[in-house]
Write a protein of this length. Sequence first.
Length: 177
Amino acid sequence: MRKLQNSELNRLTPEEFKETEKIPCTVVLDNVRSLNNIGSVFRTCDAFLVEEIYLCGITATPPHRDIHKTALGATETVKWQYFDETHTAVLNLKSQGYKIIAVEQVDESINLIDLEIDHNQKTALVFGHEINGVGENIVKIADACVEIPQHGTKHSLNISVCAGIVIWEVFKKYLKC
């Protein structure tokens, strides 16, 4: 066994990436404050062919040195839009036929393992603020809330880790369709 060189990975060029079919999924960042988390989400969205990111509220936008540090160029490949209010962004997605799934711990949350994805349905995944999570006003208008099962002493994951887990699961579910 040997480690592969970057030249052997057959990665898409930024131009090829832009032309590649994406999964019908948009990620919404609801007031995410950490620039490193924002950059990490961009990188994850690039890796799993997410169609677009909506940056909302206090969520910073590219170009920014600290976002770029973790995005490693993904801000140049993944489409994104900025909205002053997450509520406006989510209503925009709803009007386009997206199923809104907030990633949040609520009384009626769906275990991520049990989440079902209809390949004919566009999905928006909403990830929230590092401390306050997804805003209550967004939870109320979401079609569903999904929760990552956790079995340790902590009750939450870092938003970029959470996004990686959920986006990977959704990507796999779209591929099975």
